[in-house]
Design a protein around this ligand. Structure first.
Ligand code: SF4
Length: 375
């Protein structure tokens, strides 16, 4: 453990879609854009356990960010794939332990690996957790960027979705979208067909961070962008083409979402736990019943309520609420994104960092590729 890069040592970390447990690290699938680059873990190809599953679950449920039945959770979404042969048993040990505690939290499981029928049966035996499987598919054909065959994840998604009378839900996780690599008309048409094999679809762009750009350059890979960015990148014209293509699917096709938490909430019949409803321009593609549910759940917190929610967090001692609108609360003085995500999920309301303002109509996305004026 001590030999690991500093960021990789935290096995519990708040990420945007939920509190994430990562006591198994290492992945042989070799996607060039992997987030492992940013944790100094790119060379870790063999999944390795940093502690026992029981110990990891104990750390998870006793973490100050963990709230029973409330905090959205994720497992093995940072440094490995949960359905790799050496990881699967750890995945089920974690899920079954949490489920035996009768916890009803959201649990996001993101994969591109091979699943089998017994995986579906075991997932379906979980009685309490709200499990969502997110199947990562990009359609990128360049084997230097994505060596793992895409057909594997397509097969897993079809198998999991076709499983009879299931409690868990499935999402076609179409990402990363990269202009010039996987955005031809044929790519969009293929994705539209595949979207029929899941309960919902989310499309997102690429985290093109400095460490990933360095890797692309060092290996002579075609660079998608000239600049790097903190947020994911989906150019505006590409988004318009995606919406137009998906609008041509047969009526009754599973819906398309811009945000992971929106899709996860929708498939379980719940309002968005990230409170994206405040950023209403995100909602124009959402089914009417879902929109209505989110509208009813939307509550704008007061500044005292924000402070009260942050009261148990020592790292929020210097938080200052600069503004609260119908859309979002703006705060400053938080040392990282983690307490901000905690507050966002706790209040189901968008919390923005004054140091990283969100622009209208490109919410949560990098500025690259969004040239036109707001509104
Ligand atoms: S109504 Fe808006 S916030 Fe709610 S799920 Fe739909 S897109 Fe997300």
């Amino acid at each position: 453990m001590a030999a690991l890069p500093e960021r990789a040592r935290d096995v519990v970390e708040y990420r945007k879609s939920g509190l994430s447990l990562n006591h198994i690290q290492g992945c042989p699938l070799g996607c060039a854009y992997c987030i492992r680059h940013t944790y100094g873990l790119w060379d870790a190809r063999l999944p390795q356990a940093l502690m026992s599953d029981a110990e990891a679950v104990e750390q998870f449920v006793s973490h100050r960010y963990f709230r029973p039945h409330d905090t959205p959770l994720q497992v093995f979404n940072r440094a490995t794939d949960p359905f790799l042969p050496g990881v699967r048993e750890h995945l089920f040990a974690v899920l079954e332990d949490l489920d035996s505690r009768e916890l009803t939290n959201h649990m996001l499981v993101i994969t591109r690996a091979r699943m089998n029928v017994s995986d579906c049966e075991r997932l379906n035996a979980l009685r309490h957790l709200k499990v969502t499987l997110l199947f990562t598919y990009s359609g990128i054909g360049d084997k230097r960027i994505e060596p793992h065959p895409a057909q594997t994840v397509v097969n897993s998604m079809r198998l999991a979705t076709a499983h009879a009378a299931r409690r868990y839900r499935t999402i076609f996780y179409w990402r990363p979208l990269v202009p010039g690599l996987n955005d031809t008309t044929a790519h969009l048409a293929r994705a539209a067909v595949l979207s029929g094999w899941a309960d919902a679809t989310v499309f997102t762009g690429l985290f093109y961070r400095d460490e990933i750009a360095d890797y692309y350059r060092a290996n002579g890979l075609p660079e998608p962008y000239q600049e790097t960015a903190r947020r994911k990148i989906v150019p505006e014209t590409l988004e318009r083409r995606i919406l137009a293509r998906f609008a041509r699917r047969p009526s009754g096709a599973p819906p398309l979402f811009r945000k992971t938490s929106c899709a996860v909430s929708y498939v379980h019949g719940l309002p968005d736990y990230n409170g994206h409803y405040g950023i209403n321009e995100l909602c124009d593609i959402c089914p009417a019943a879902q929109l209505d549910m989110c509208a009813r759940a939307h509550q704008v917190p007061t500044a005292p309520q924000l402070h009260e929610a942050a009261a148990g967090l020592p790292e929020a001692a210097h938080m200052h609420v600069t503004e609260v609108t119908e859309r979002a609360a703006q705060v400053e003085g938080l040392p990282s994104e983690q307490p901000r995500y905690y507050l966002q999920h706790r209040l189901a309301f968008q919390i923005h960092d004054a140091a990283h303002p969100h622009r209208q109509r490109r919410h949560g996305r990098a500025d690259l590729g969004w040239e036109s004026a707001n509104g």
